[in-house]
Design a protein around this ligand. Structure first.
Ligand code: FES
Ligand SMILES: [Fe+2]
Length: 373
């Protein structure tokens, strides 16, 4: 059954206009309808800045990895010591991907007819191309707008994007004391979840479910009852998952952190597709790559600050986060199937400390929809 995307836009604006103390969630169709997903792909997702990973995943010149960003094959490469570039991974000759997987390259050689590109995308070699109409200078791999911010790599498919800083400057105030750019990568993984990308954003960003879904893994440190709404701004929202008084410290982290900052995890969403938890010694970031209305690739990284945590502790943190993600995934995949119900009309949301972030996301979605109307 196809829904009318225009009707859904009207519904979204109506929801966003509800009084602050009477918020309602989106109805199921927003998470299940293929036409709505296609609309999102062409608009809010196409225009958004997407976190692709951590800059220290590619520490050396020539280090690269490849991804598919909303159907676009891309290469993320360290092209000089201090430059990360995002390039189209489509050969300018006849369209072969020029890089596969990840690794280190001196240049990218297409496996079809051996056109050879520099790390910056310039076409360096193209044997036997003697036709008058051929101009090597016009056949470089297009560069995709990207920026490195706090150690994260972001890119947008929009060739004339909203300035990155405009959307996240205020978030910088919230997390810069943790010195996010100094965390070093410990673990990364990628998996496909059968859920809508927005369900995952909402799930990661609300503290309401913590004690229910994660009784063994998270409740002891970040119980629902201690969740507090954090600041929100043009392109983000946040909440604080506070640790109970009796919980022992979990690493010292950056010198400038307050005691309060050391005794909580700060969770933020950089809309549309990054959700992240930053704490004194641990940073966990999920990059979401929507594949279909009911499918999203989740690429997550776990990084640590300094030498606070020994190898065994880090290993147990990775295991813990694997388990937390499994617990969330199980719920979200069950919910996805139910969201197709005609009775999934969108229910009332809890107050700000527990689900205010869900409301912030909804407001952002409604604003984006208006911008593209
Ligand atoms: S398609 Fe790449 S060299 Fe022909
Ligand atoms: Fe969760």
């Amino acid at each position: 059954m196809g829904y009318n995307v225009m009707d859904m836009q009207t519904q979204l604006q109506e929801l966003a206009a509800l009084p602050k103390d009477a918020p309602y969630g989106l109805s199921g169709a927003f998470y299940t309808d293929p036409d709505y997903f296609e609309w999102e792909k062409k608009t809010i997702l196409h225009n958004g800045w997407h976190c692709l990973g951590r800059a220290d995943e590619i520490p050396n010149v020539g280090d690269f990895y490849t991804l598919n960003l909303l159907g676009e094959p891309i290469i993320i490469v360290r092209s000089t010591t201090d430059t990360v570039q995002v390039l189209s991974n489509v050969c300018r000759h006849r369209g072969m991907p020029v890089a596969l997987g990840s690794g280190n390259a001196k240049r990218f050689v297409c496996t079809y007819h051996a056109w050879t590109y520099g790390l910056d995308g310039d076409l360096l070699r193209s044997a036997r191309m003697k036709n008058a109409g051929f101009d090597a200078e016009k056949c470089g791999l297009p560069e995709i707008n990207s920026v490195v911010w706090n150690g994260f790599i972001y890119a947008t498919l929009n060739d004339d994007p909203v300035a990155f800083a405009e959307t996240l400057n205020e978030l910088d105030n919230l997390i810069s004391t943790y010195e996010p750019e100094k965390y070093r990568l410990v673990h990364s993984a990628s998996e496909v979840w059968h859920t809508n990308w927005k369900c995952l954003v909402e799930n990661f960003m609300e503290g309401y479910h913590l004690s229910v879904v994660h009784p063994q893994t998270l409740h002891g440190y970040t119980p629902t009852g201690l969740s507090r709404k954090g600041p929100s701004g043009a392109g983000f929202t946040s909440y604080f998952a506070n640790y109970p008084d009796q919980a022992s410290p979990r690493g010292h982290g950056a010198a400038g952190l307050s005691d309060e900052e050391r005794r909580r995890s700060t969770l933020f969403a950089a809309f549309p597709t990054q959700v992240c938890s930053v704490a004194a010694s641990l940073l966990v970031s999920l990059s979401l790559f929507p594949l279909a209305a009911d499918q999203v690739e989740v690429r997550w990284t776990l990084s640590t600050y300094g030498d606070d945590l020994d190898a065994d502790t880090l290993e147990s943190r990775v295991a813990l986060w694997n388990e937390v993600n499994r617990e969330d995934r199980e719920k979200l995949e069950l919910m996805q199937a139910a969201l197709s119900s005609k009775y999934a009309t969108g229910g009332p949301l809890a107050e700000d400390d527990y689900e205010g972030t869900v409301r912030d996301f909804q407001t952002w979605l409604a604003e984006q929809a208006q911008l593209t109307a």
